[in-house]
Design a protein around this ligand. Structure first.
Ligand SMILES: [Ca+2]
Ligand SMILES: [Ca+2]
Ligand SMILES: [Ca+2]
Length: 873
């Protein structure tokens, strides 16, 4: 266990070196540390793609919470997500001097700088060095910035050169406007703002400025003192420009100077003797009486584990009694914390309970037969219908959104894009750039926290609904859906199973793409960045009027139908035969699922399935003969979501593509057999599955299990030894981490991988209960509902949980709210040793965004869990 060794190493180094106990010292993992304070210097660096992710540069983890980040030379007072970020070109750790030096560069301006961070007792000195003066184009704009998390600093007091103030709960400071030509370039030349024809951008003015600033003088956990003799410190509120902005402390770099041009001293206060409170992980929905019940307790490495813990019962009259007392079992160190476990499986009596560990008492939870009964209801009844595009969605007194994109979609011109798409040199359609493609504004689901239709994801979504329908036949009807009225009403039954209406809604858009375009679009998305980051009613993203370039911007035609505002959405239509092939597979399954409910749509889906299947096969053959089959990696590969950094995305896509080229036809063949019952597909599948399983049991078990309903006893028997191997794979996670599930360390947290794992474990148990016992299926539900690092809140905004997360990155994130039924990606890993899931700050997509593909996968997982538990009952 590598992490455990690292921990021992740190201890021995600390013992060997004579450092003052209260001083910040450079530890073995390459950051400055004292109890309660970690100062990270580019352990996480900026990257392209989504640019400023509020996850990079100099970061401070203050009493366990990453409250400060973004320390770097930046070109704006309050950088936004698509403002340029510096590229780190070098990072050197000098252990003798106790310093970390980082070189950074802005290619766009041929501008290099170095930042040197050195420990000075309980503080760090941050110095900026220049070998050449700041280029004229950005002189007066380039400065050193450090950003403070608003939700941890708002309402706190501060002091500047002896003057007092309080940091504002809401952005209400002041701004000026300046000519656009003075604004440093944004990512790829896109613009985050609509200047309403003024040719001027908004620039925030500082809240305060001075030479000595102490933030959060009233909160010892957050107090930080920053001083500079040679530069003026200015405090800005980044929320003036963007709801996801942070408080920014900044000093502009002097013009015409080289050498050490700026020096700050930053001293984060550490509470003497502070030890992080234990995080007691348990399932917030509770437990059924028979299931294993093990709390995982996350402890500060300076904390001394207790010998035992108690389970307390809250009785019907409100009094409490001890239900169980048991020993604490050590697990060991995992990254920065120490873990112990408390097993109270012996408690089976239904009731209301809480865990008492020393002074720490958890909130209460249920032990009851019915705790899993409602785990998918919020997702199917609320989250999914709210994400239905091209519909008006109402819930009781509330409108979630009006009917979006009434003007339809224009043919995208050859172009780059801010959401990782691109339109190639040709449109591959009969439409001219900017021409209206009729009939696309129907059906489909919003991608995630944004409002585009990712075709690959939407194909997955329809497949997930079909799978749910065919496996579990849920008749639940809580949603009124009228395609004729383009109206959805939550909690109003209309006599049709909701899941059929969801299959129909997804199919309507995808069939329209195939019919109108001739093949699948990679995406239907925003044409301008200034409405891509839209927060609010989806119906107001565009003006609902057709764009007419003959009108002036913001001008409306006399009949009110056209406008000169170029806000219409675009269809990105570069042809991908692989995507068409996936769509064809899905259409075949959809036509079967819709038969008897919407026969006309079923027939259209079947027609498109046959046509696309033939054309895609021919096209792939033709392209592979031309030897450029590998060129196409556009958007046909689904992932855990479209977000994340572009390098990770690209690597993931390359990896996925290789996997699919080797094995991918296997799952497709199975789907095709399921949809058509043509034997050739089954034969193909059988030729591939055993080779795939021999190569990698973990990655291919789900597909192997998916085949079981179509297979004979011989197949089941032949699969047995692989399921035994898979059970060993499940068990090996007990050694990997204290939570016993696969934990992802990527730029988008690992929620989807955990869900996929949980789903496979469920099906392995359903088909092979003697090999994979029921006790295994709770690993992922425990994790999702609260047994995980950082905090113990449920990652699912779910019915039945005592303490679900309070904020998610939904399209209502500006309200610090959630859409019920959402599933968060979960624990975001920050190098080198920090897991994080903010529950007071929704704006980091890698932790808090739910995707339509991920949340429909959750419906399958939740349905499988309910099926397993109900079967037993
Ligand atoms: Ca998207
Ligand atoms: Ca219904
Ligand atoms: Ca428009």
């Amino acid at each position: 266990m590598i992490v455990k060794k690292t921990f021992l190493l740190i201890i021995s180094i600390m013992a060997a070196t004579a450092i003052h106990a209260d001083d910040l010292h450079l530890n073995e993992l390459g950051y400055f540390e004292r109890q309660g304070v970690n100062v990270l210097v580019f352990s996480n660096s900026f990257n392209g793609g989504f640019n400023d992710e509020k996850n990079s540069g100099i970061e401070i983890i203050h009493h366990g919470v990453r409250t400060i980040q973004g320390g770097a030379v930046r070109l704006n007072n309050t950088p936004e997500q698509w403002d340029l970020v510096p590229k780190m070109t070098n990072r050197t750790i000098d252990r003798e001097k106790g310093s970390i030096e980082v070189a950074m560069r802005y290619d766009d301006y041929d501008f290099d700088s170095r930042v040197v961070v050195t420990s000075k007792g309980e503080a760090v000195e941050i110095a900026v060095w220049l070998d050449k003066p700041v280029p004229d184009a950005i002189a007066g704009e380039a400065g050193f910035n450090l950003e403070f998390l608003p939700s941890q600093y708002w309402l706190k007091t501060f002091m500047v050169d002896g003057r007092l103030g309080r940091l504002p709960r809401y952005a209400t400071s002041e701004t000026v406007t300046r000519p656009n030509q003075e604004k440093p370039r944004q990512f790829k030349g896109f613009k985050t703002y609509d200047d309403r024809g003024t040719n001027r951008f908004i620039d925030p003015l500082p809240i305060e400025s001075g030479h000595v600033m102490t933030l959060a003088t009233d909160d010892p956990e957050r107090m930080v003192r920053i001083s500079s003799d040679d530069a003026e410190l200015k405090l800005f509120d980044g929320r003036m420009l963007a709801q996801n902005g942070w408080f920014v402390l900044r000093s502009v770099l002097p013009k015409g100077k080289t050498g050490k041009v700026l020096t700050w001293t930053v001293e984060p206060h550490a509470i003497p003797g502070w030890i992080r409170k234990p995080n007691i992980g348990f399932s917030q929905i509770g437990y059924i009486p028979d299931q294993p019940k093990v709390a995982v307790i996350e402890l500060d490495k300076a904390d001394q584990p207790l010998g035992s813990a108690k389970l307390m019962r809250i009785k019907g009259d409100g009094t409490t009694e001890e239900a169980w007392s048991g020993n604490i079992r050590p697990w060991g160190t995992y990254f920065k914390y120490n873990y112990v476990k408390f097993d109270f499986s012996d408690v089976k009596q239904p009731g209301v309970y809480y865990i008492q560990y020393g002074d720490t008492r958890t909130n209460d939870f249920l032990i009851d037969e019915h705790v899993y009964d409602k785990i998918t209801d919020a997702t199917t009844d609320v989250w999914v219908p709210i994400h239905m595009n091209h519909m008006y969605v109402n819930e009781a007194y509330r409108t979630w959104h009006g009917e979006p994109f009434k003007e339809g979609y224009l043919q995208a011109p050859p172009s780059d894009h801010f959401d990782l798409h691109a339109q190639g040199q040709t449109t591959d359609t009969k439409y001219k750039p900017y021409e209206l493609i009729p009939g696309l504004n129907i059906g489909g689901f919003f991608d995630a926290g944004d409002f585009d239709i990712e075709t690959g994801s939407n194909i997955n979504v329809v497949q997930n609904f079909i799978r749910t329908w065919e496996l579990f036949k849920p008749q639940r009807d809580e949603t009124f859906v009228s395609q004729e009225q383009r109206y959805v009403d939550l909690h109003r039954p209309d006599g049709v199973a909701d899941i059929l209406q969801f299959i129909e809604h997804g199919t309507l858009n995808l069939v329209a793409q195939a019919e109108q375009i001739g093949h699948m679009a990679s995406t239907l998305s925003n044409s301008v960045l200034d409405n891509y980051h839209h927060l609010g009613d989806a119906a107001s993203i565009t003006d609902g009027k057709h764009y007419d370039p003959n009108l002036k911007p913001y001008e409306v035609s006399a009949d009110g139908k056209r406008s000169g505002t170029p806000d219409d959405m675009w269809a990105f239509t570069t042809r991908s035969p692989q995507l068409d092939f996936r769509a064809a597979t899905m259409f075949a399954a959809a036509s079967r699922a819709l038969e008897g409910y919407n026969d006309a749509l079923a027939q259209r889906a079947l027609t498109q399935s046959k046509r696309l299947m033939q054309e895609a096969t021919d096209l792939m053959k033709q392209r592979s003969e031309q030897g450029n089959a590998a060129q196409d990696d556009s958007n046909w590969l689904e992932g855990s979501g479209d977000e994340g950094n572009s390098n990770n995305n690209r690597q993931r896509r390359d990896r996925n593509r290789r996997n699919r080229q080797q094995l991918g036809n296997m799952a497709t063949n199975l789907q095709l057999y399921g949809a058509t019952h043509e034997k050739q597909y089954l034969d193909n599948f059988m030729q591939q599955i055993w080779i795939a399983l021999d190569r990698n049991v973990a990655n291919n078990m789900q597909t192997a299990l998916d085949a079981i309903p179509y297979m004979d006893e011989a197949y089941r028997q032949r699969l047995r030894p692989y399921v035994e191997k898979y059970e060993a794979y499940i068990k090996h996670f007990d050694e990997q981490n204290p939570y016993g599930v696969p934990i992802g360390l990527g730029n988008w947290a690992g929620g989807n991988a955990v869900l996929n794992f949980g789903t496979t474990v469920c099906f392995a148990h359903i088909y092979y209960p003697d090999i994979v016992p029921q006790s295994e299926v709770y690993r992922v539900s425990n994790w999702l509902y609260g047994c995980h690092p950082y905090h113990n809140y449920s990652f699912v905004a779910v019915v039945g949980a005592a303490r679900p997360k309070a904020v998610f990155y939904g399209n209502n994130r500006a309200d610090f709210s959630f859409i019920p039924g959402n599933v968060a990606p979960g624990l975001l890993f920050r190098q080198p040793d920090h897991f994080e899931n903010y529950d007071d700050w929704p704006f980091l997509w890698g932790q808090n965004e739910g995707t339509i593909a991920g949340n429909t996968q959750y419906i399958i997982f939740g349905s499988a869990m309910k099926g397993i538990i109900n079967l037993k009952r």
